[in-house]
Design a protein around this ligand. Structure first.
Ligand SMILES: C[S@@+](CC[C@H](N)C(=O)[O-])C[C@H]1O[C@@H](n2cnc3c(N)ncnc32)[C@H](O)[C@@H]1O
Length: 337
């Protein structure tokens, strides 16, 4: 769906992460690009200013397009805003008559605006409803917290949040919700904190890992990432570029394994970990190691601290199939009681 731009503000509170290394690596920019995580439009704007003929700006959060400032309208038809999920970016690009694409950028995760708005329920620092839905539809964090069984809840906290106290936290939540459902972010944060030691100065809030886990589950973020990478292989022209920025190890592992598997640069298989499918490389790896932020960027934008960029260039062989499990996609069946 192409949208008209409406203008509210020209001052987004989100600072684009790792934009400099991306722009340096992809220069000179031309042709049609897809920004799968429009957010405050930082990447989209940089691509248009650098010479992209057209940018398809995709986001699953319907609010972001209304927030786009007056800057957006200056690009006229060169900027096409598309509400949707990047897991289906090949289909979205096809609907816009934009295939094959010259480049794709993905900056995974939540934006500062989403975290800052208490009513979106992403933050334990401000009280709000337990929501966390980027698309503002589908199951919410409250549904998962109040309507999954103890094992599923513990699995979510462990697999998506790497929370070692997952079973203790799940048991406490199950006990608490016998009295009344847990409905607010601070209520949940206090239950999680009660299961963990007090943080030392400088350590993150004890609920950080549990909130990350719930957010990933609510938005099916890892599956979206796998689907987005596969869709990128379908959508890019030979020579087209894929750039992906991630913020935690689960996501980075998926991107790393995908690029290794599709470029034939993965580790040799062994009996514990069979070799990934590498018959015909579909990508050339452009970043052997993930690129992180410079000291300057970290000083200006602490949120960039954990960001990692990986890039690859599409080669000519036709797209193939990819098994999410071999990329490290956990399998958790999300059933509501
Ligand atoms: C970190 S922000 C992107 C910021 C952007 N690069 C900028 O410079 O302003 C991530 C954005 O991606 C969106 N998003 C996350 N997962 C998505 C998905 N699977 N499909 C589409 N949009 C997604 C979020 O709603 C959010 O607006």
């Amino acid at each position: 769906m192409a949208k008209q731009v409406s203008s509210n503000s020209d001052a987004p509170s989100h600072i684009p992460v790792l934009l400099e290394p991306i722009m340096a690596a992809i220069a000179p920019v031309s042709g049609v690009w897809l920004d799968g995580t429009f957010g405050a439009g930082g990447y989209t704007r940089a691509l248009l200013d650098a010479g992209a003929a057209r940018v398809l700006a995709v986001d699953r959060d319907p609010d972001v397009f209304n927030r786009a400032g007056r800057w957006a309208s200056q690009y006229g038809e060169r900027l096409v805003m598309v509400a949707g999920e990047f897991g289906q970016l090949d289909m979205l690009a096809e609907q816009q008559g934009a295939l094959p694409l010259d480049g794709i950028v993905l900056d995974i995760g939540v934006s500062s605006m989403q975290i800052d708005e208490a009513e979106r329920g992403f933050s334990f620092a401000k009280d709000g409803p337990l929501d966390m839905r980027m698309s503002q539809s589908g199951i919410s964090a409250a549904d998962i917290v109040n309507r999954t069984d103890e094992k599923t809840l513990a699995d979510i906290l462990y697999q998506y949040g790497e929370e070692r106290a997952s079973r203790r936290i799940a048991r406490r939540i199950l006990n608490a919700r016998k009295n009344a459902p847990i409905t607010s972010t601070m209520e949940l944060a206090s239950h999680v904190a009660a299961c963990l030691p007090h943080p030392k100065p400088g350590q993150p809030h004890p609920a950080t890992r549990s909130f990350q886990a719930l957010r990933i589950a609510v938005n099916d973020e890892l599956k979206q990432l796998v689907d987005g990478l596969v869709a990128a292989e379908n959508a890019l022209r030979p020579g087209g570029i894929l750039a992906v920025v991630t913020f935690h190890s689960l996501e980075d592992r998926i991107v790393k394994r995908f690029i290794q598997a599709r470029s034939g640069t993965g580790p040799r298989g062994n009996r514990f970990q069979p070799e990934l499918d590498v018959e015909l490389p579909r990508f050339e790896r452009l970043t052997r190691k993930a690129v992180g932020p410079s000291d300057d960027e970290m000083a200006q934008n602490p949120r960039a601290r954990s960001a990692k960029l990986r890039m690859a260039r599409r080669l000519t062989p036709a797209a193939g199939s990819v098994d999410g499990k071999s990329l490290g996609l956990p399998e958790i069946a999300l059933e509501m009681l």
